[in-house]
Write a protein that binds this ligand. Structure first.
Ligand code: OAD
Length: 257
């Protein structure tokens, strides 16, 4: 496998040229260049915080205000963050294919803000809230910073609509993600360590269905061994470059459609 990103990009663009259905599977590295920290890189969130104190149902039940306040701080950062050139390139690529699905582990909604139309959020979103006990959506616009709101229906505490460790992924979303994976020609795995299941299992599943897997990540990951093509480059550099190559190949009539 070549270490030169140009080589990987060319091979990825050639393969995309022949593809009709594409899935992009994204993780925290996708939004790193928007200024949102990842989890497992040096200095990442899980180096500074303990997930079991902030990202589990038990943590919320023990200290809802602490968990709420931590997520509010992250929400403010995410709302202020702009989609980066990688998000925008993915949105611009979408019309070139019959089906283009973004499956994301990110909770920041940056793909949607960049213009991607079919986005499956495996880990929910920080931009919505619901009652932890009765599930009622909580749609107040003004949210307290430090204390988890009280549910008007049952008196329980309101939480962000994200998936925590130990919780099930939204079933309908996961089923749709599996369907897209099984029916796609190419999968781009962008900015994920591939360490969190069941999400990461989707990439391995893709291999079983004969999908070409392209990894875009500056560093090797758990998924590198399943990748057919590797691009050792950041998302905001690799994806616009890939889009440009794709446009060139299409203009030159080198693509099958
Ligand atoms: P990680 O923090 O585990 O991995 C981030 C990946 O992004 C690493 O492989 C980095 O090398 C790569 N990366 C860093 N900067 C990049 C850039 N500019 N461009 C491309 N790649 C870059 O994040 P995830 O794989 O998303 O779950 O983690 C998966 C889940 O673990 C998250 O959804 C979250 C976390 O705990 C929950 O909170 C349930």
């Amino acid at each position: 496998m070549s270490a030169d990103p140009t080589d990987g990009l060319q091979r990825a663009a050639e393969r995309l040229c022949q593809a009709r259905r594409v899935v992009v599977f994204t993780g925290a590295g996708m939004s790193a260049e928007s200024g949102i920290p990842t989890f497992r890189d040096p200095g990442g969130l899980w180096e500074r915080f303990r997930p079991e104190e902030l990202a589990t149902p038990e943590a919320f039940e023990r200290d809802p205000d602490r968990v709420w306040a931590w997520y509010q701080e992250r929400r403010r950062l995410m709302e202020a963050a702009p989609p980066n050139a990688g998000h925008l390139a993915l949105a611009a690529m979408e019309p070139y294919f019959d089906e283009f699905t973004v499956i994301t582990q990110n909770i920041d909604r940056l793909h949607q803000r960049a213009g991607s139309r079919r986005v499956l959020e495996l880990h929910g979103t920080i931009l919505a809230n619901h009652c932890h006990y009765c599930g009622l959506p909580y749609e107040e616009e003004l949210l307290p910073e430090k204390t988890a709101p009280i549910c008007p229906a049952c008196g329980g505490r309101v939480r962000p609509s994200v998936v925590w460790f130990g919780e099930l992924l939204p079933e309908a979303v996961f089923t749709e993600a599996e369907h897209s994976i099984e029916n796609c020609d190419v999968l781009l795995a962008v900015g994920t360590s591939g360490e969190v299941y069941p999400a990461a299992g989707l990439v391995r599943q893709a291999k079983l269905f004969g999908v070409t897997v392209v990894e875009i990540n500056p560093k090797p990951t758990e998924l590198t061994t399943v990748a057919d093509i590797v691009v050792r480059e950041s998302a905001a550099r690799a994806l616009p470059a890939l889009l440009q190559l794709l446009r060139q190949y299409r203009q030159a009539g080198a693509c099958s459609q």
